[in-house]
Design a protein around this ligand. Structure first.
Ligand code: CTP
Length: 210
């Protein structure tokens, strides 16, 4: 059988409002990097589109560094047609500043109001354009984990969503619940992100989500 072609995203994005300032989030990229390394063990075709993180590149994985949500969207979309499995572990910023100043904003005694506009929802777009691909998303929630995760699973036409509490941001371990498109729910105990990655890959290989 031909090895599967994996496309994985990891880390945060940064959305600038002047040349040196941005809004972002606490994502460390650890989960996505662990998934890329796990996938590389079974396939030579692993691409990792990664936001800015401080982790070493997983050996043998093609890394594509990006900064903004728009750049991540571009790099993911151009590879989508040739991909079998997409795993969106990145914490993509949902909003970006509407205006980006070309020079550093100077301090005044006035309030500064930042107006934000939505970024492209990459996974939602992938769901709309889905053909044979297996689509896997992540949901980090602070409340009503199951309701929000199931909503994202359906809205984005995913095969599987990996839901965890937002406290997993930047941690070395993760306690996840897997919600499958066919209604199955699997709660995994707390384990290292590397072990979560292996469990996830096992589910994909079992074709359990087909
Ligand atoms: N995602 C994406 N593009 C975005 C935002 C999120 O592809 N602009 C992906 C994430 O990588 C993740 C999934 O969508 O796999 C869920 O992300 P999340 O931010 O939790 O969901 P949202 O749909 O943005 O909902 P909300 O922020 O309201 O919880």
């Amino acid at each position: 059988m031909k090895p599967l072609c994996f496309l994985i995203t990891a880390g945060p994005t940064r959305e600038f409002f002047d040349p040196i300032r941005y809004i972002s989030n606490r994502s460390s990229g650890k989960m996505g990097y662990a998934i890329a390394a796990a996938c590389r063990k079974i396939s030579p075709h692993v691409t990792l589109v990664t936001g800015p993180v401080t982790l070493p590149e997983p050996a043998g994985v093609k890394c594509v560094p990006v900064t903004t949500a728009a750049e991540m969207a571009r790099e993911v979309f151009r590879r989508y047609a040739k991909t079998d499995v997409v795993i969106m572990a990145a914490a993509v910023c949902d909003y970006r500043p509407r205006r980006v100043a070309s020079k550093k904003l100077k301090k005044t005694r006035q309030r500064l109001v930042l107006e934000l506009e939505p970024t492209t929802d990459i996974l939602l777009e992938l769901g709309k354009r889905k053909r044979r691909q297996i689509l896997i998303g992540f949901a980090a929630e602070t409340d009503e984990l199951e309701r929000h995760a199931l909503d994202k699973l359906r809205r984005k036409r995913l095969d599987l969503i990996v839901a965890n509490d937002a406290s997993a941001f930047d941690a070395d371990t993760n306690c996840v619940t897997l919600f499958f498109a066919d209604g199955r729910v699997e709660r995994l105990p707390e384990m290292s992100k590397w072990k979560v990655a292996r469990q996830l890959l096992q589910r994909i290989l079992d074709s359990a989500i087909r």
